[in-house]
Design a protein around this ligand. Structure first.
Ligand SMILES: Cc1ncc(COP(=O)(O)O)c(C=O)c1O
Length: 426
């Protein structure tokens, strides 16, 4: 059966600096997959890196590479400067104030684990910041990375885990949170963008509510940091976690930004070199922040790349990025909704780059496989958010996710590919 989708819903805006004009900066996109031009729509899993990021990392590795903080030799000092300058750049990128500090991690997963385990465990025999009878509230939209660490923290500390469930449309509501908050609430953890549904919760208001109730607030910004301007200095947020590889930077790199006073409450995840001030055979005095939470040799070129990625995003501007992605998303959502049997999750959510959908009677893995045969990369499955998709009753979905280099032509190819797949599979 031929493609059922025929007409473009949204015209390509004339003169838009995003989409096609940016593609020359992403060499990986200029390839064919299964004989056809790659249409890369798996950006919520990992975005591609522009030349500016690749060049910055290559420059570091070929001219400055040495271990940091420990050497008096020139190269080590230059590498230390590169690492610390990257820290300052990423802090500026997320609007951190002098009251904040940034700890480099391997990604969002490590950053959330650092907070959850760091609050649950006491240091040197002291009790942790979460204890028996305390309550932890986690939203029902979360990626496993912002749920499982809290399950573990609750189990280890004797706290109770409560879930802020969404409504049937996958939306979170402040009055539901108000009902869950209690004097025993120690932590409220929330995503700035749900990776499985594309929902963009009112995280600013929800964080403010929890903060006012005395909870430590944790924002998983993995799906927001590449598109939306996030200002730590104005958010009621104690900790924010994000990954470089979802913001046009390298894999295996991320950050935890937090209020200094909040970071000081964390027990380190990793004990060892570089996080200590002095050590005897029997004990150790730990270094000040941020080193205290960064044991071992860090991914220095990753930090350099992450800072360059922030610079790349800033050079385009958050407003332009959000407008481009909203335009593409609307095109994709409207087009998919015209195809018989397709339901798009969180279709009306504002400012999202994720289009997650189910097709009646067709398994997402089959759609993903047939799209791949056309060079179109999407993701199928539970997207590491199984509780949400089970709760909403959709089961696994097909997820197309957008980035600055995607075009309306690619959205058309997605729509044509989905129509074709459904025709073959039904
Ligand atoms: C919302 C969200 N949180 C956390 C993660 C985990 O990120 P990482 O694998 O980079 O640690 C992801 C990855 O998909 C995500 O989408």
């Amino acid at each position: 059966m031929g493609d059922m989708h025929a007409t473009a819903v949204t015209p390509t805006p004339l003169g838009s600096p995003l989409g096609s004009p940016l593609r020359a900066q992403f060499p990986i996109l200029a390839q064919r997959i299964n004989g056809l031009p790659l249409v890369y729509l798996d950006n919520a899993a990992t975005t591609q890196m522009p030349l500016a990021v690749l060049d910055a990392m290559r420059q570091f590795e070929t001219s400055t590479r040495a271990n940091i903080h420990r050497g008096v030799h020139t190269l080590s000092q230059r590498a230390t400067d590169a690492f610390e300058n990257a820290r300052e750049a990423v802090k500026r990128f997320v609007g951190a104030s002098p009251a904040h500090e940034l700890v480099f991690t391997s990604g969002t997963t490590e950053a959330v684990n650092l907070v959850a385990q760091g609050l649950a465990h006491g240091l040197d025999g002291r009790v942790g910041a979460i204890g028996p009878g305390d309550e932890i509230i986690v939203s029902g939209l979360e990626h496993h990375a912002n749920l499982v660490p809290w399950q573990q923290a609750a189990q280890r500390s004797g706290a109770t885990l409560r879930i802020l469930l969404p409504d049937a449309q996958g939306q979170l509501h402040a009055d539901d949170l108000a009902r869950l908050l209690s004097p025993r609430t120690r932590v409220f953890a929330l995503t700035a963008g749900a990776n499985a549904s594309g929902e963009r919760p009112p995280f600013e208001a929800l964080l403010a509510l929890a903060h006012a109730a005395g909870a430590i607030t944790v924002l998983d910004a993995a799906q927001a940091v590449a598109h939306s301007a996030l200002h730590m200095d104005t958010l009621a947020c104690d900790f924010m976690a994000f990954s470089a590889h979802k913001m046009y930077g390298p894999m295996g790199m991320g950050a935890l930004v937090g209020r200094r006073t909040a970071l000081e409450r964390l027990t380190p995840l990793r004990f060892g070199g570089d996080m200590v001030q002095s050590v005897s055979y029997q004990g150790a005095v730990f270094a000040e922040l941020p080193a205290r939470l960064e044991g071992g040799t860090p991914h220095v070129s990753g930090a350099v790349g992450m800072a360059a990625a922030g610079g790349f995003i800033a050079s385009i501007g958050h407003h332009a990025i959000e407008a481009h992605l909203a335009d593409l998303r609307q095109h994709a959502v409207r087009g998919l909704q015209q195809i018989d049997g397709v339901t798009v999750l969180s279709a009306q959510t504002p400012a999202s780059a994720i289009v997650s959908f189910v097709v009646q009677g067709v398994h997402p893995h089959d759609i993903g496989t047939l799209l791949d045969a056309r060079g179109i990369a999407v993701r199928s499955g539970y997207h590491c958010a199984q509780p949400l998709l089970d709760y909403l009753g959709t089961g696994p979905t097909t997820r197309a996710s957008l980035a600055v280099y995607n075009t309306h032509d690619e959205v058309e190819q997605l729509l044509g590919g989905v129509s074709h797949a459904i025709g073959v599979l039904r």
